[in-house]
Every structure is written in C-alpha cells, then in structure tokens.
Design a binder for this molecule. Structure first.
Ligand code: ZN
Length: 278
C-alpha cells in the first residue's frame, strides 16, 4: 500500500456471505467454452462493508422460491447470513444494488429502511427495449424490476450516473458490459483500496485470462471493465470477483463459527497460479 494514497477515512471491514451455489458447464462461464465440459461451480454472494460509522450492504441475493424456480442450491437466506455477522437487515440504511439481475436484487422487501443505490443506466436497461429479447431479459425478474420502480416512486432509490461516493471510503463506479448499468464498489480498508467487481467479472479467470462471460449486454464494455477494476484497486489481487468459489478458499472465515459461510475480504488473499502479475 502506498502511504501517500492513504486517506483519513475509517477503514471498512468487508465480508462475502455465500448463500447459494450451482454446478455449471464451461460454456456457461466463458464465451466459446466447451458445452460438454463441466465448469467451475457458481457461488452466490452478498457483501457487507462495515466501518466504525457506517454499515452498507452490497446486493440482496435471491430467496428460496427463486432458487427453486431456477434450480440453484439454496444454502441460507442472505438476510440470515447478515444476522450471523451481527447485522439486522431491517435496520440497514444503505444498500448498493450492483445491478438488477435476480441473484443480486431479490429480498429487498426485507430491508424496509434501506435506500437503494442504483445506476440510472441499469433502470433504463431493465425497463427498456432490450428486455423484449430473451438473451438480455433472462436474468431479470419482472416483478423485482417493478418493485424497484415502486421504490423509485416511494423516494427510496438514489440514482447515480457513473462514479459516486456513498460514504467516505466507499464509492460506486459504472462498469457496464454484463448489463448496461452494472456498477462495481470501491472500498477503503486496512489493506488499502479493495474492489468488489460483482458481475464485472464473475470468476477470476474472466478478468485474468480475458475470457468474457456469456451473459453480456456489450462485450467491449465488459473487456474495458476489467482494466477499470484493476485501476480502482491498489493491486489486481484486491479485485474480488462476483461468483467465484475460489473466494471461499482464498480468504479466511469471518469467524471460526462461519467456516464455509462468510469470509473476510479485507485481508491479503492466498495466492494461486491463476493470478497475473501485471
Ligand atoms: Zn450475478
């Protein structure tokens, strides 16, 4: 970490909470992947950033009914996962929604006090012309998009256009690519600037091996987004992908009792040979 860059913020602790998982084919994880080959599993996370002053939840995950509908292995409600870390969803005031796909935005009825931080372009995309095409609409749930529109009318959505600070030491950054309005989150921690990529890179391999993920609105924006993520972090190793099971292996459990459930991300990850040194 470069001390010259050290801001005077309270550092956030950052946790990834795993709430579901599913087996995948290679072709479901990488454009051009072999449809016959089994791929890496996909893990599903919500994230918690907590400082001495603020508690911010990043994404709200799906619930058991959605898991059944989409045949995912549901492990626990994201809200129960937050509870294990001492956070009551009902009292959370700020929730960053990285994008409106079903696995990032279910359950928001369980956050009755929250203000939702969303990119203008995500709402425009999720309610616009491309939703008439199954490739683009498949990962959205119309009822959830409509519920978010209701939240707009209730004054509970704070829109952002590009980069915006949510709290001292925590900001959102429009990346696009996977969806038109996807945003990543940059967080000041004890190890410096950490970046939650969310679905700007589902797996380490998407960004590190430059292999785009097949659910995509704009492949060129997705590719540009990988470089952007690296610039936002102090070092490339501090970019955390959105769905990679390696995250649970490379970071320590948040507490002993939370093995396999939650890991603490504001720590140096165990190195793997998948990492590029650039
Ligand atoms: Zn996702």
């Amino acid at each position: 970490m470069n001390p010259a860059k050290t801001p005077e913020f309270f550092p956030f602790e950052v946790h990834a909470i795993k709430y579901a998982t599913v087996a995948r084919r290679q072709s479901e994880n990488f454009i051009g992947g072999d449809p016959h080959e089994a791929g890496e599993r996909m893990d599903y996370f919500v994230w918690l950033a907590r400082s001495a002053e603020r508690t911010i939840v990043i994404d709200t995950g799906f619930n058991e009914a959605a898991a059944r509908r989409r045949r995912r292995d549901f492990l626990r409600s994201p809200v129960d996962g937050l509870k294990l870390l001492g956070v009551d969803a009902a009292s959370v005031e700020d929730v960053v929604i990285t994008h409106l796909h079903y696995d990032h935005v279910g359950n928001f009825d369980l956050f009755p006090r929250a203000r939702f931080h969303l990119q203008d372009r995500e709402m425009a995309y999720a309610t616009g012309r491309y939703m008439a095409v199954e490739h683009f609409s498949h990962a959205y749930e119309p009822d959830e998009v409509i519920a978010m529109v209701r939240n707009v009318y209730a004054g509970r959505v704070e829109f952002h256009d590009g980069d915006a600070q949510i709290a001292p030491g925590l900001s959102v950054h429009h990346i696009g690519g996977h969806t038109a309005g996807l945003q990543a989150v940059r967080i000041w921690t004890r190890i410096g600037w950490l970046v939650l990529a969310s679905d700007a890179s589902h797996y380490y391999a998407n960004m590190n091996e430059r292999k785009p993920f097949p659910i995509v609105a704009d492949v060129t924006q997705m590719v540009d987004g990988w470089a952007r993520l690296r610039k936002l972090a102090d070092v490339p190793q501090h970019v955390v992908p959105g769905h990679d099971p390696l995250v649970m292996q490379r970071y320590q459990a948040s507490e002993d009792a939370l093995q396999g459930i939650a890991v603490r991300l504001d720590a140096e990850p165990a190195a793997t040979d998948q990492e590029e040194s650039s």
